[in-house]
Each structure stands twice: as structure tokens, then as C-alpha cells.
Design a protein around this ligand. Structure first.
Ligand code: NDP
Ligand code: MG
Length: 382
């Protein structure tokens, strides 16, 4: 039986790499749903290749141009249509690869109908980790990590069996500004920040990697995925991105997972788990690797990482506000509207203005998101 895959965000970096994995194993996987926000050209090309897949364009304004590009083909518009279609009986696994808070509703909808989730969209867990993991547990839904660090930890935990780790070590490349002085980073334009040394990704996560907010989000993601207190999650800078992450046991032994920096590896593992399939990627060449290096992160240069730790330590709706403020600030930075260090300044200010809710409902999460996003935009335009 082929595994039937729905891809939320098929036109993005993770979405397109998911399709590349599917193309390598057409006997194992079948694409039953493709969705995009607005890039009609890419979506319609994918639609022609995967001729029987349902299609959703989330921005309703783009619906007529998608229809025009695919005459005679049924297409759907809007997030509500996506939330319905992921629940379909023809779906086995949902690849959550939309960017930002937009992924929360369709991911929750898929969980509520019992679908296995291959999770790339970390912002869903940052904003609503307790709710999402609670729903998944209630319905016996497996959430398989796509994020490379979390896939690494997941693989190490599988190898550890009954032995519970005492610490997780999340590796971080350090991004494009790792070796820059703070004064030079302060002047960095988006063109500098978008030049990631090891990974090719969508614009938003690439900026998040430059600020290291991405690593902060990954700490929160790990807290929820592995039910690990934040005090036991350690971030270590490892510029070569060869060790994808590690777990440590009470006797000091450490298990690590290694691989090339190629997202198709964790994507494919999430799709095929618990099996492993062949992949036409570059394998590690240890002779050519030379040294692997490690360092503590510089929190003076990367204050977003501290903000994320503070938000998850306090908990409640603060990680949701952190995510919303960051989403607004990164969008403004990408439009050259604000400077690099305005991103943490805006996030810090929005966090301080957020009304704390200890155990927020889903409605309270949406309200927090909207309020924090609006507060950030006010700071950006003031
Ligand atoms: P991209 O920006 O490349 O792609 C995002 C996808 O989501 C696109 O298909 C886009 O559609 C769609 N989308 C964007 N906004 C909306 C919206 N409001 N409603 C519906 N769909 C929307 O992002 P990435 O693929 O890089 O990242 C996706 C997620 O995976 C993020 O959460 C990121 O943090 C995570 N991730 C990514 C990694 C990577 O290597 N890229 C690694 C680990 C995690 P359109 O093309 O039409 O705009
Ligand atoms: Mg990652």
C-alpha cells in the first residue's frame, strides 16, 4: 500500500523537497493534496505532475488565476477548505510545511481527524504546544519531526530504548553572523542575513536563523515534542552542521545523529518511519570532514535566543506572543522597514505588553497572536 501524503505548503522549500523525496519512491508514496498561499505558477506546475491531487490556494484572491492555469480541474480556495480536505479518508500523513502561525489551524484539523503529522512548521508548537500535543495524545496521533535537530533527537531516543536522557543538546550552525562583531551585525541588511552558510531555506526561517530566534523556537519545539523541561535543553553552536543533535544520559554518555545538511533526509525518514529508504543525497565523507567544532552561543550578539528561553520558562501564552511579534518584525525587516536589532527590541517590548494567561485556550491563543502581531506592527510603524 502506498502512503497517501497531504502537503501543506507544497510550493515552499520543505514542500518542494518533500516532492523530491516522493519522486524517488513513486512505488511507496502518493500525493493526494497540494497547497500554497499565493504562488500559482509553482502550484499549477505541481498539479500537472501530480494529476489526481486535491489543490488548495489559501489566498482566495489567487483562486481565479489558479483556475485559469488549470482548466477543467477542481481547485479549492481558503484555509477552511484546507482544514476540511486534510481530514479526508484518502489522507494517511500530513506534511505540515506552511510557514508561521498560518500552519496552526490546518495542523490541528489534521490531528483531530487522527492523521499522522510530519511536522516542519515549528511555529505551531511555539504558539500552541500544550494544546497541539494534548490533542495529539488524546487521539493517539504520532507527530514525527521534520526539523533536522528534532529528527536527530527522535532517532537517538529510538536508539536509547528505555533509557531516559538527562539532557538534550540542540546544535546550531550559528548562521551567517556567527563570526561578525555586534556593531557590524547591527548594520546587516536582509541580503546579508539571507546568505545562510549551510542550509537553503525559505526567507522567514533564514532570517530566524540569522537572529538565532530559530534556535529559540527549536528549544520550545523540543520542550513539547519530547516533554523535556527547558532547563534540560542546551544549545551548542556547531558551525559544520554535521551533528544534527544529541542526547546525554546520567552516566555522561552522549548519543549523536550525523548526516549531511540535506533536509530530504529527515523529511524522508518522517514519511517512511519506522523504515529507512534509499536517498540520492551526498553521504558524509569523514576523511574530507576534518574537524568538528563546538561553542556556547553568544547571547549578547543573539538576544532572540534569550528572549525565547525567557518566554518558554514563563510559559502560558508568552511563546505565542513571542512568535507573533517575531513574525511581524521579520516581515518588516524583509521589507527593509527596520534594522536587524529592531527585531529583538520589538519582540521584547511586545512580550512586556502581553497580558499573561497561564493555561490559554485555543481562542486565547488566537487572541494573543492577533494582539501581539498588532502591537508589533504599531511599534514598526510608529
Ligand atoms: P517557505 O517560505 O519556503 O514555504 C512556505 C510555504 O507555506 C509555501 O508553500 C507558502 O505558499 C505557504 N504559506 C505561506 N504563508 C501561508 C499562509 N498564510 N497560508 C497558507 N500557506 C502559506 O518556508 P520553508 O519551507 O522554508 O519552511 C516551512 C516551515 O518549515 C517553517 O515553519 C520552517 O520553520 C520549517 N522548517 C523549514 C526548514 C527548511 O529547511 N526550509 C527546516 C526546518 C524547519 P506560497 O509559496 O504560495 O507563498
Ligand atoms: Mg532546524
Amino acid at each position: 500500500m502506498k502512503k497517501r501524503i497531504a502537503i501543506l505548503g507544497s510550493t515552499g522549500s520543505i514542500g518542494q523537497q518533500t516532492l523530491s523525496v516522493v519522486r524517488q519512491h513513486p512505488d511507496r508514496f502518493e500525493v493526494v493534496l497540494l497547497s500554497a498561499n499565493s504562488r500559482v505558477d509553482i502550484l499549477s506546475g505541481q498539479a500537472r505532475e501530480f494529476a489526481s491531487a486535491h489543490l488548495v490556494i489559501c489566498d482566495p484572491e489567487k483562486y481565479p488565476s489558479l483556475q485559469a492555469a488549470l482548466p477543467g480541474r477542481a481547485v479549492h480556495a481558503g484555509i477552511d477548505a484546507l482544514c476540511d480536505l486534510v481530514q479526508g479518508e484518502d489522507v494517511d500523513i500530513v506534511v505540515a510545511a506552511m510557514v508561521g502561525f498560518s500552519g496552526l489551524r490546518p495542523t490541528l484539523s489534521a490531528i483531530r481527524s487522527g492523521k499522522t503529522i510530519a511536522l516542519a512548521n515549528k511555529e505551531t508548537l511555539v504558539a500552541a504546544g500544550a494544546i497541539v500535543m494534548g490533542e495529539a495524545a488524546r487521539r493517539g496521533v504520532q507527530i514525527l519531526p521534520v526539523d533536522s535537530e528534532h529528527s536527530a533527537i527522535f532517532q537517538c531516543l529510538a536508539a536509547a530504548g528505555e533509557n531516559v536522557p538527562v539532557r538534550l543538546h540542540l546544535t546550531a550552525s550559528g548562521g551567517p553572523f556567527r563570526t561578525w562583531e555586534r556593531s557590524r551585525i547591527a548594520e546587516a541588511r536582509k541580503e546579508d542575513a539571507l546568505r545562510h552558510p549551510n542550509w537553503s531555506m525559505g526567507a522567514k526561517i533564514t532570517i530566524d536563523s540569522a537572529t538565532m530566534m530559530n534556535k529559540g523556537f527549536e528549544v520550545i519545539e523540543a520542550r513539547w515534542l519530547f516533554d523535556m523541561p527547558v532547563e534540560k535543553i542546551h544549545v551548542v553552536v556547531h558551525p559544520e552542521s554535521v551533528i544534527h543533535s544529541m542526547i546525554e544520559f546520567s552516566d555522561g554518555a552522549v548519543l549523536a545523529q550525523l548526516g549531511s545538511p540535506d533536509m530530504r533526509e529527515p523529511i524522508q525518514l518522517a514519511l517512511s518511519w519506522p523504515e529507512r529508504l534509499t536517498l540520492d543525497n551526498r553521504k558524509l565523507d569523514f576523511g574530507a570532514l576534518g574537524n568538528l567544532s563546538f561553542a556556547e552561543p553568544d547571547l549578547e550578539k543573539f538576544p532572540c535566543l534569550s528572549l525565547a528561553f525567557e518566554a518558554i520558562r514563563q510559559g502560558g501564552n508568552l511563546p505565542c506572543a513571542l512568535n507573533a511579534a517575531n513574525e511581524a518584525a521579520v516581515a518588516a525587516y524583509l521589507r527593509d522597514r527596520i534594522g536587524f536589532y529592531d527585531i529583538p527590541a520589538i519582540v521584547r517590548e511586545v512580550l512586556s505588553r502581553t497580558d499573561f494567561a497561564d493555561n490559554p485556550s485555543l481562542e486565547a491563543i488566537f487572541a494573543t497572536h492577533d494582539a501581539a502581531f498588532a502591537a508589533a506592527r504599531e511599534l514598526i510603524w510608529s
